[in-house]
Design a protein around this ligand. Structure first.
Ligand code: ADP
Length: 471
């Protein structure tokens, strides 16, 4: 499918066009030609008058013959004017042949007309080609008048995906025609409208669409809808596959892990190093499967059951876990400066915070300090930040840290039992709480991983007795 008219075919069309304008003269030739035409017109008028005067003197009636010649000249000019006007009105098939001023005027008018017609035809061809291209797009395209929010034009795919019918829906209000899509609120946000990533198609409930609003001019907006059903289906299949594989691996791993735990290295000293390694690896695999299952569970949910999360016990547990993981190699500090609780899922938030605290211990050499701080933010929200004085992260890795299995140093992560999924889980948990993760780090000095919660997630502390002092 051609989206652009072929310039060669346009050139060919122009070549065969009977209206095509003759090759233009240079400006100097054109001016010379015009001067010659004027000279010829003036010369012939003078010649006619001089001839009439001579003949008049010869027969002794110069005045009468001069008057006759003047009338004849006037009549001839009237006739030429008539021809040119007839030509303009499209009645004269032949171009004027004279080489005088009238002929020149005739030629110029014809040339301009031909140029204009050629230009119009080319523009029309181009317009048709662009329309054909847009009409043939597999995505639904709807042109909407911004002020009236009415439909001006739509392509064929808009009929299949959005259920718009030609000509019934041309001029119809877009919000009304595309129900049940939340068009009214969406259009109201105008240029700031975020794309709708997954919505059922009005024409067919089984189809899933992404919709995008493109304000391409002050008066017109383009609504583009794409069928993403297959993509979403593939994504769902991938998620199901990972969840199923993880689930299937869980039981055999538990059995292997259980038997390995029963084997005592002290009873078989020659096997002790191998047993220890096997136990470590089976522990890693179990953790990997658990993390994959957690991620699948989080991905399949759009929201979590909410409750008031008492932060004092959460912070106390985080401290205990960090101390247990550190085994005395780090200084662990916990500060509660917020004096509030959070609204969310205790289980998931604890798992996210715990991942950050464990990472801080994991990536901080012995003797370092880990500080877990819960405080209020200036917008009325709350922040849980985990500071460490560890290895730090080079800036180029920071944007990718929350991708699955993305590691700055794979060996360091594996040695310390990391799965590469921790920050992915944190990101998903925070997403389900409309919160965000910020990461600041400098190599050799340490990192700060902070979870930012909006004011709507902040709850007053219920039980002052259990809150207050750092646990
Ligand atoms: P892992 O299980 O490997 O720790 P995560 O998703 O939790 O996986 O973290 C991804 C990567 O981010 C880690 O492999 C590590 O390279 C880096 N990282 C995470 N937390 C820290 C930290 N506090 N200091 C330095 N690097 C970190």
């Amino acid at each position: 499918m051609d989206s652009q008219p072929d310039p060669r075919s346009l050139a060919a069309a122009r070549f065969n066009d009977p209206d095509a304008a003759p090759a233009p003269l240079s400006a100097a030739d054109d001016a010379a030609r015009l001067r010659a035409a004027w000279r010829r017109t003036l010369g012939s008028a003078l010649l006619v008058l001089a001839g009439a005067a001579l003949a008049g003197f010869a027969i002794g009636r110069p005045a009468a013959l001069l008057a006759l010649a003047a009338v004849a000249l006037l009549a001839w000019h009237y006739w030429r004017l008539h021809r040119v006007l007839g030509d303009l009105a499209g009645r004269q098939p032949e171009p004027g042949r004279g080489r005088d001023a009238w002929g020149e005027l005739d030629r110029r008018l014809r040339r301009n007309q031909a140029q204009m017609r050629g230009r119009q035809r080319r523009l029309l061809d181009m317009l048709r080609a662009y329309r054909a291209a847009t009409a043939a797009l597999p995505d639904a395209v709807v042109v909407v008048d911004r002020n009236t929010q009415r439909i001006l034009w739509f392509n064929r795919a808009a009929t299949d995906l959005l259920g718009l019918q030609h000509p019934r829906d041309v001029g119809a209000p877009v919000a009304e025609r595309l129900q049940p899509l939340p068009m009214a609120q969406w259009m109201a946000s105008g240029r700031n409208a975020e794309p709708i990533l997954d919505a059922p198609a009005p024409a067919d409930e089984r189809l899933r669409l992404t919709l995008r609003l493109i304000p391409y001019s002050d008066d017109y907006w383009l609504l583009v809808a794409r069928d993403v059903s297959k993509l979403l289906h593939l994504e769902q299949m991938r998620r199901d596959f990972v969840a199923n594989v993880s689930h299937e691996l869980r039981t055999p791993l538990t059995v292997v892990h259980g038997y390995l735990d029963m084997l005592d290295g002290e009873e078989m000293p020659e096997w002790a190093p191998m047993l220890a390694e096997m136990q470590k690896q089976s522990q890693r695999m179990t953790q990997l499967v658990e993390d994959l299952l957690t991620l699948s569970r989080l991905e399949s949910r759009e929201s979590l059951p909410e409750e008031t999360v008492a932060m004092a016990p959460v912070l106390a547990t985080l401290r205990r876990e960090a101390e247990a993981f550190s085994q005395g190699r780090h200084v662990i500090e916990v500060r509660d400066l917020a004096g509030c609780d959070l609204l969310g899922s205790t289980r998931e938030l604890h798992s996210a915070f715990s991942n950050l605290a464990t990472n801080a211990v994991r990536y901080t050499p012995s003797g370092g300090t880990i500080t877990i701080e819960f405080s209020r933010s200036s917008d009325g929200g709350a922040v849980l930040a985990v500071h460490d004085t560890g290895y730090g992260i080079p800036a180029e890795h920071i944007p990718r840290l929350t991708e699955r299995f993305y590691r700055v140093s794979s060996s360091r992560s594996r040695e310390s039992g990391g799965t590469g999924l921790g920050l992915s889980i944190v990101k998903h948990v925070l997403g389900l709480h409309q919160a965000r993760l910020s990461i600041r780090s400098s190599v050799g000095q340490g990192s700060v991983f902070a979870c930012h919660f909006g004011p709507e997630r902040v709850r007053p502390v219920h039980d002052q007795a259990t809150h207050g002092a750092t646990p």
